[in-house]
Design a protein around this ligand. Structure first.
Ligand SMILES: [Zn+2]
Length: 454
């Protein structure tokens, strides 16, 4: 090639190179800002707001976030990303995260609406080398005021394994309210329709779990939709009590019939029936309790019950609430469990009655409980009937106090025909004797329902 040829080829390649570079560096897609929704609620103590930025083309160059409320503006953050005019964004500028902590009081924001505006630019040559720009806005709703909580009751005595009611007023709609005993939460329910503005009387029935720590903290709490929270200590005295220990000796007959049958139904290995029993008593029991907690998930806000709960008519108590059971085989303890119900026996295949009005949450077979019915009575109270030989109701049915649910039996983990009856408050098993006692229900629950004198 001649010298001229070389020059022209070089010029041609140079121009081609520049054209290619320009084509790449002139890309026209702006960054993307991923917002956590269309609008965000901010309380007095909000969690940091996380935004993601993406720019697959030239790379992120600059981002700024600003809040506007009325005609006031606050620059929250301004950040540049490494890069160059020629090469574009440095490696890693294809994406970025922005964490914004917007504390209304610290900034001087007022309760009400505000707007968060994010402006992001990339390293493209577009717009006179200033890059592609995106403007994203996020509506902010600010409420820094916590609900005012007024407890209506004075000093309250509650037994370990027992229940109590607290009534209180909130002055605005709540997203969550109720009683917390240690770590266990008992949701509140409306006692009356909310007044304009959201003022409302509410009730929470709570329990002291059998295994709660000594003198657990008992607090009433209320939180609004924005996350503003109020809590107050509830003046309660926990009356300690002990629970019976009992020893159950497992016979070969029990293992070979009840345990073998239940293990087969639940796909549990049966080559060693002692191990099968351990698996049923520990793993299957835990799974069944988990299922019951799921069923109870969202109880009725209305009370579907009234007065004392019905004890199975004509029944004899075989085993009491919260017996600490030790299971013994050939002289040694092979498993333990707390028995969270009452075992009630009458005649075989006796009709089993609904203990109070409610709605059937579950009717079918449930592991150790065999044929089982679970009833939601509202206000977080649930009753459970186990070992039924026949179930005559279906999930969703409304039942009345005394209505027949089915027939007693020995299904599930049961040695003989009896009814296993349990009451739960929230997801905590409680002693049914309180709920069977009209005087207790009157004095501890019903007496609190009437509005206090103004
Ligand atoms: Zn039982």
């Amino acid at each position: 090639m001649t010298a001229r040829g070389w020059i022209w080829t070089s010029v041609f390649l140079g121009v081609l190179g520049l054209a290619l570079l320009a084509a790449i560096r002139l890309e026209g897609s702006p960054p993307t800002v991923l917002l956590p929704g269309e609008s965000v609620l901010l309380s007095s103590k909000p969690a940091p707001l996380k935004l993601s930025l993406l720019d697959a083309g030239a790379g992120l160059r600059h981002v700024q976030a600003e809040i506007a409320q009325g005609d006031r503006h606050w620059l929250l953050v301004e950040r540049g990303f490494l890069g160059g005019w020629l090469r574009g964004g440095a490696p890693g500028t294809g994406s970025g995260e922005l964490e914004l902590l917007i504390e209304p009081a610290a900034l001087g924001l007022e309760d009400g609406a505000a707007v968060l505006q994010i402006v992001a630019r990339d390293w493209s040559w577009r717009n006179g080398f200033s890059g592609n720009e995106i403007r994203s806005t996020l509506r902010l709703r600010i409420d820094t005021r916590a609900p005012v909580l007024q407890i209506e009751n004075g000093l309250t005595y509650v037994r370990r394994g027992g229940a109590a009611a607290v009534t209180y007023q909130v002055d605005e709609p709540t997203a969550s309210d109720g009683v917390r005993v240690g770590e266990t939460f008992f949701a509140g329910h409306p006692l009356e329709a909310a007044a304009a503005g959201g003022q409302q009387r509410r009730i929470a029935i709570f329990a002291i779990p059998v295994d709660a720590e000594e003198n657990p903290s008992i607090r009433v709490e209320a939180a609004d939709a924005f996350g503003n929270r109020t809590e107050r200590v509830f003046p309660a005295v926990v009356q300690e009590r002990s629970f019976a220990q009992s020893t159950i000796t497992l016979s070969d007959g029990f293992l070979e019939t009840v345990v073998a049958r239940l293990a087969e139904a639940e796909n549990i290995e049966t080559s060693n029936l002692v191990i099968a029993f351990q698996s049923i008593n520990e793993n299957l029991r835990a799974q069944n309790e988990e299922r019951i907690r799921e069923l109870i998930g969202s109880p009725s806000d209305a009370s579907l019950w009234s007065g004392a709960f019905l004890q199975q008519p004509g029944s004899q108590v075989m085993s009491r609430f919260a017996d600490q059971r030790s299971y013994v085989y050939e002289g040694s303890e092979i498993s333990t469990a707390t028995h969270f119900g009452f075992d009630l026996a009458s005649t075989a295949a006796a009709p089993v009655a609904a203990s109070n009005g409610g709605r059937v949450l579950f009717a079918g077979t449930l592991g150790i409980y065999g044929g089982c019915v679970v009833i939601d009575h509202g206000w977080g109270i649930t009753s459970l009937y186990g070992h039924l030989s026949q179930v005559d109701v279906s999930a969703g049915d409304e039942v009345k106090r005394g209505q027949t649910l089915g027939l007693s039996g020995a299904t599930g983990l049961a040695g003989g025909d009896h009814l296993h009856f349990a009451i739960l408050v929230g997801t905590t098993y409680v002693d049914p004797r309180e709920w069977w006692d009209p005087k207790w229900v009157r004095e501890h629950i019903e007496a609190r329902l009437a509005a206090p004198p103004p």
